[in-house]
Write a protein that binds this ligand. Structure first.
Ligand code: ZN
Length: 76
């Protein structure tokens, strides 16, 4: 059974985009530093900013339709 991925506004059929995409990417990349430090046995001093940036990304990044730019609401 195929997943329902179609925009209710314009009928775009496909995957939604993450916007802003750079913030979603940043939220992933900032974890490389503290996790890298932790794996080497150092204190992950960048841990708190990483949590803050991830929390910021969770509240700011939205899925939007690439076709019409409106917030993604998959319908059928
Ligand atoms: Zn759309």
């Amino acid at each position: 059974m195929p997943e329902k991925t179609r925009c209710v506004h314009c009928g775009y059929g496909g995957r939604p985009e993450w916007r802003p995409a750079w913030l979603a990417l940043l939220a992933l990349l900032v974890w490389l530093l503290p996790l890298g430090l932790l794996s080497q046995g150092f204190w992950p001093f960048f841990l708190l900013p990483s949590i803050a940036i991830t929390a910021w990304a969770i509240t700011s990044v939205r899925r939007v339709c690439p076709g019409c730019g409106r917030p993604w609401q998959p319908g059928d």
